[in-house]
Design a protein around this ligand. Structure first.
Ligand code: GBH
Length: 462
């Protein structure tokens, strides 16, 4: 044993969940295979000007055919937990009605392959790829019907795969496929419909919250065995500029008003849109029908927290007592305009859930953390991404701090297992710890993959 490592007390708990994550549309490809029909992302990416260089997920990493190799890679790296998503447009090509058994067979084969290596599957039911048929029928998330249809889809999947999968996640990052899909003038997410009012935009995320609630109920009633159900959110994290009490208090005050927290995370976890948030929204607040909040407010076994960056906050004298700070030009960031390096966002995100929400009983999983880097394959066939290691090491240190201080952080999934279709950026931005050479579909573990693997083996940051 390496003595130097042993002397540090930065081990993770023995049962800490070390994992890697992906999503269906970003890796599977095989867009027209085995009865799959288009999702809104097929349509969006086929629309000129939406995705960089006109790229689509039609082939992506061809994971649909190469999954045995990808799972062998997970096993070789010692990654014992895998978070992937299931494609609604594969399982129910028309969004509702007929269930496509060929698609379910694919996911059965995938999970059986994982189990061969003792890798635990964590399945997300929805990672942005709504069936196009539902977009055509009623504008997908613009309609309340979407929530019912999602629950029926969840029921179809869990009743068939619930013998093999016991870790379920409902929806990934509600704000992305609602607010970025319907609410921005230059659409960066499918379907890219621009609705007329802010109220209509908040209505789409309200429908997504309903889908989450009905989905939770459907999963629990369809599962043949007790299972774990989680929501995955990328809530915004105010990080105190200093950790003096005044700035910490300012960050706490800011939490419900940062990003979309007040309209998405808080109703999901508390069963209420905060009254001061509703007051601030005025006319833009969504229409809430009787019983909606009770439906949305389902017991959760875990909260999935996707964390990439954060915002600094400091205390000020004037109301409201806090100020959300802009990043200075030149603040260190990774290879995305929004990817400022704020490692303490992971720690503060976990702490805000416990402190602001008083939910110290809710286990938290980091369901995504990672970064794009300007990776280059050397002549020796290596990718020396020391910049990614720098980024990941700092966020893992923040994870360790949260655990040391007693917060219920149970696991960490790196985003992503491999380079993939990075939405409106196409294949230009690489988030993988494994490099994908798209010309040959060769998988080449980057230096960060070997490093991450070593961390897992030692159960500590190396
Ligand atoms: C995750 O979202 C996704 O779950 C995953 O599929 C994706 O591959 C990964 O991140 C990397 O991007 O354009 O300035 O308006 C991350 C959360 C939310 C971050 C939307 C970027 C847009 C900022 N993303 N946000 S901007």
């Amino acid at each position: 044993m390496d003595r130097q490592l042993d002397l540090q007390c930065d081990r993770f708990p023995e049962d800490f969940v070390w994992g890697a994550a992906t999503s269906a549309y970003q890796i599977e490809g095989a867009a027209e295979v085995d009865g799959r029909k288009p999702s809104v992302w097929d349509t969006f990416s086929a629309t000129p000007g939406r995705v960089q260089d006109g790229q689509t997920g039609a082939i992506a990493c061809d994971h649909y055919h190469r999954y045995p190799e990808d799972i062998r890679l997970l096993a070789e790296l010692g990654i014992q937990h895998y978070r992937f998503s299931i494609s609604w447009a594969r399982v129910m090509p028309d969004g509702r009605g007929i269930v496509n058994e060929a698609a379910l067979d694919f996911y059965r084969r995938l999970v059986d392959e994982l189990r061969k290596y003792n890798i635990t599957p964590h399945a997300t039911l929805f990672h942005w790829d709504s069936p196009q048929a539902l977009e055509d029928r009623y504008g997908s998330w613009q309609s309340r019907e979407m929530a019912q249809d999602f629950a029926a889809y969840a029921e179809a999947v869990v009743s068939r795969l619930g013998d093999r999968i016991t870790h379920w996640m409902t929806l990934n990052e509600i704000m992305c496929f609602t607010h970025f899909g319907y609410g921005v003038q230059v659409p960066i997410h499918a379907p890219g419909t621009v609705v007329r009012t802010q109220k209509q935009v908040w209505q789409t995320s309200h429908h997504a919250l309903l889908a989450h609630g009905l989905g939770c109920q459907a999963i629990r009633s369809a599962s043949p065995v007790p299972c774990s159900v989680a929501l995955v959110d990328n809530f915004a994290v105010p990080v105190p500029l200093t950790e003096l009490p005044a700035d910490c208090e300012a960050a706490r005050q800011a939490f419900p008003f940062c990003g979309y927290n007040g309209g998405i995370l808080l109703p999901a976890l508390t069963g209420e849109y905060p009254s001061n948030w509703l007051a601030k929204m005025g006319e833009a607040a969504p229409e809430i029908q009787e019983g909606d909040l009770a439906t949305i407010h389902q017991p959760l076994d875990a909260l999935g927290f996707n964390v990439y960056s954060g915002v600094y906050v400091r205390a000020i004298e004037q109301a409201p007592g806090y100020e959300i700070l802009d990043f200075p030009r030149g603040y260190p960031r990774m290879h995305m305009p929004w990817l400022q390096i704020v490692p303490e966002s992971l720690y503060w995100g976990v702490r805000h859930i416990s402190e602001t929400l008083g939910r110290s009983d809710l286990p938290i999983l980091i369901t995504e953390n990672g970064c794009a880097a300007d990776d280059e394959l050397t002549a020796q066939g290596e990718v020396m991404d020391s910049d990614r290691i720098l980024y990941l090491r700092q966020y893992l240190s923040a994870s360790h701090r949260a655990i040391r201080e007693g917060y219920p952080l149970k696991g960490y999934f790196v985003w992503s297992l491999m380079d993939n279709f990075e939405w409106s950026w196409g294949y230009d931005r690489r988030f993988g710890i494994v490099y994908v050479d798209y010309a040959t579909q060769a998988r080449i573990p980057k230096a960060s993959a070997h490093w991450f693997s070593t961390c897992i083996r030692h159960n500590q940051i190396v």
